[in-house]
Design a protein around this ligand. Structure first.
Ligand SMILES: Cc1cc2nc3c(=O)[nH]c(=O)nc-3n(C[C@H](O)[C@H](O)[C@H](O)COP(=O)(O)OP(=O)(O)OC[C@H]3O[C@@H](n4cnc5c(N)ncnc54)[C@H](O)[C@@H]3O)c2cc1C
Length: 489
């Protein structure tokens, strides 16, 4: 089975979904939905995967891009979640996606002598122990001199020393595409820009008939499936209401997280920073060209499709950053901002204090044969998918097969596909206007192999130009659009 996602494969997937009765229709192609489609397809189920937008068009392309155990969760006493996340980190680094997940050194500055070094050091020792005999180096203590050598722009007054430890970094949107392509390779029918909009008839024969809409043409069609998995993140109340008529079938708290991007030249440092803030933590994360600084953690009560960073969010993050740097950074240094919504399990006990809400996942039975999953983290997408497919098998009575996704490396063909396109047409090696380092072949590869249909799909989530370039100007956008429309249908 090919892993390529193209206009042809999308049309074929939509047709097959109408012609057959699926075992499982997965709604939502973020980390959770792509993972669920891969898990189910690799266990032999006939699976359809749809998203109203692009792969990772929701929260899954707006994360801090960390594959991490979560030191903060250890402090909250959630040892099981940390152990599970560290196990997944190891698996992604070594087996599933070494081409997309990379080690990242962190430094945690210390402010108090003796007790803080002992307390945080004990926490990091536990972090290392929970990680087992993994591939990443263990934590080590740094003197103030050594810490400042690694991060010269830290204010000497803001630390008495530091501790270094390792986690991992990925490109979230690209990882989701790799999972979706691997799902297609395992036989999943993948059709993005297709929304679930209604239920045609409640199940009487163990089969759901739902109405989907092709968002590229506006046409609706019917799909039949024995089970439906709502992997729709913060849209869980709206999607579950399709089956129950009430928006409170799945309780989700939407927690807004904002990131700032600054040029690498704005801050002199060689390592990521983690700064405890009292409420949560601040990450200062290096990429080859920029720093990502984040994140906020505040309850969002508005439209989940309309989340945006505000001036207050930017000021809050800059204030925290300036508190540890030797020189000020201002809004003039900020070249890009973005916001995402965490789909957290609602916890009445902590109310609007979203930083305290558990990052564990929960599966809810919305209606017979309709399951929804919320909570969790990017890092644990595979575990979430496994638990959800286990529940689907119990719910549907389909024959039970064990999860095997821990043994399936994610698709890794991008460079070879770009090279093949250039070999066919050397003109495709030309760079995009005002985007040196990106070629027309990159755009064509996104369209013919990676399921990109709209301009944003290519610009934001395949090439990640918004994240990587200081400015994405109109000429670049026109060049990308013209290249996309030149790809034969
Ligand atoms: C600021 C921030 C930082 C984070 N940082 C990290 C981190 O560093 N590491 C980590 O492990 N986790 C991190 N997370 C958490 C992680 O990003 C999320 O847990 C994860 O991405 C959620 O994925 P999902 O697939 O459940 O949801 P989403 O990615 O939102 O996917 C849901 C999909 O459902 C689709 N959909 C909705 N309704 C419909 C419908 N009716 N029909 C069809 N499709 C529909 C949407 O279009 C969307 O694509 C972070 C989260 C945030 C917000």
């Amino acid at each position: 089975m090919t892993s390529s996602l193209s206009r042809t494969s999308r049309a074929a997937a939509m047709q097959a979904m109408q012609d057959e009765v699926l075992d499982l229709l997965v709604v939502g192609a973020g980390a959770t939905g792509t993972g669920t489609a891969l898990d189910a397809a690799s266990r032999g189920l006939r699976v359809g995967l749809i998203d109203k937008g692009d792969i990772a068009g929701g929260t899954s392309s707006r994360s801090s891009q960390l594959v991490h155990g979560g030191l903060r969760y250890l402090q909250q006493g959630n040892v099981a979640l940390v152990r599970e996340s560290l196990r997944e980190r190891e698996l992604l680094l070594t087996t599933l996606a070494p081409h997309l997940v990379r080690p990242l050194p962190f430094m945690l500055p210390l402010h108090h002598r003796v007790w803080e070094r002992a307390y945080i050091g004990a926490g990091l020792l536990a972090y290392d122990v929970l990680a087992g005999s993994g591939v990443l180096p263990r934590h080590r203590h740094l003197s103030k001199t050594k810490a400042l050598a690694q991060f010269p722009d830290l204010s000497p007054d803001s630390l008495i020393g530091a501790i270094q430890y390792y986690d991992a970094q990925m490109d979230d949107a690209r990882l989701a595409v790799a999972i979706a392509r691997t799902a297609a390779e395992q036989g999943a029918l993948v059709a993005t820009h297709v929304a679930l909009i209604g239920e045609e008839s409640a199940t009487s024969d163990g089969v759901h008939r739902v109405t989907l809409r092709d968002e590229l043409t506006g046409e609706s069609f019917t799909v039949s499936a024995r089970c439906i998995a709502l992997c729709v993140g913060v849209w869980a109340p709206e999607a579950s209401a399709i089956f129950t008529g009430a928006a409170d079938a799945v309780a989700v708290t939407r927690s807004k997280g904002v990131h700032l991007r600054l040029p690498r030249t704005a801050i002199n440092g060689e390592t990521a920073l983690i700064i405890p803030t009292g409420k949560s933590v601040l990450f200062v994360i290096p990429t080859p060209t920029h720093w990502l600084v984040g994140t906020t953690d505040t309850e969002w009560l508005g439209d989940p499709d309309a989340v945006e960073p505000t001036a207050d969010d930017v000021d809050y993050l800059l204030g925290l950053l300036c508190g540890v740097l030797a020189h000020p950074v201002t809004t003039a240094d900020v070249t890009y901002t973005f916001a995402g919504l965490r789909p957290l399990v609602r916890d009445q006990a902590v109310g609007g204090n979203t930083a305290k809400v558990t990052r564990e996942h929960r599966i809810a039975r919305v209606a017979p044969g309709v399951l929804a999953i919320v909570g969790g983290k990017w890092t644990t997408y595979r575990v979430m998918a496994r638990d959800l497919v286990d529940t689907v098998l119990t719910e549907s009575g389909l024959s039970r097969r064990e999860c095997i996704t821990q043994t399936i490396p994610l698709v890794d063909t991008r460079d070879a596909e770009v090279a093949a396109l250039v070999a066919d047409d050397p003109q495709l090696a030309l760079p995009l206007v005002h985007a040196p380092g990106y070629t027309h072949a990159d755009v064509v590869q996104a369209v013919v192999h990676e399921g990109a249909f709209a301009l944003d799909d290519v610009v934001d989530r395949r090439l990640r130009l918004q994240l990587m370039l200081d400015v994405v100007d109109d000429e670049t956008l026109r060049d990308v659009a013209a290249t996309m429309s030149g790809v034969p249908a």
